[in-house]
Design a protein around this ligand. Structure first.
Ligand code: DQA
Length: 146
């Protein structure tokens, strides 16, 4: 079983950008935490970040995978090509946001990508990525039993 975690623009700046909003963990910390989870679960995990919408789409179209966790960054709010790319992906997809976008600027309340994902996890910090991966894992291994 192979999962992808895809992060969009500026998420490579975790630990540097506003720590009150995004916490003090660096992008490297996030990668390490996710890889540790995958190792424990014996899941193949690929983690990708790009500041470019087209690169994210190329990556999604190139890879074969069973589940996707995506934080599109600001593309969430206006990335129509990414939205269309996500629409053609038939495996389970969860959108994650580190911050609570509903407590922030008005423009962050709209997600053009959420409507083509199975669910959204918002405002729970980087734990949101783990919760999303857990969902995919339980769904695909039918471990949840409910
Ligand atoms: C974000 C929220 C977006 O509005 C913002 O542009 C980001 C990060 C989050 O994880 O909270 O880059 O996706």
């Amino acid at each position: 079983m192979k999962f992808l975690v895809v992060n969009g623009p500026n998420l490579n700046m975790l630990g540097v950008r506003d720590k009150n909003i995004y916490g003090s963990r660096s992008y490297r910390d996030l990668v390490d935490i996710l890889n540790k989870w995958a190792k424990e679960k014996e899941i193949e995990l690929m983690i990708f970040q790009s500041n470019h919408e087209g690169e994210m789409i190329d990556f999604l179209q190139r890879e074969q995978f069973d589940g996707l966790v995506i934080n599109p960054g600001a593309l969430t709010h206006y990335g129509y090509s990414l939205r269309d790319a996500l629409e053609t992906i038939s495996v389970p997809k969860i959108e994650v946001h580190i911050s609570n976008v509903h407590k922030r600027e008005e423009f962050r309340r709209k997600s053009v990508t959420a409507e083509v994902c199975d669910g959204q996890i918002i405002g729970l910090g980087i734990l949101g990525y783990i919760l999303a991966l857990e969902y995919l894992y339980q769904k695909l291994t039918e471990k949840a039993g409910f």
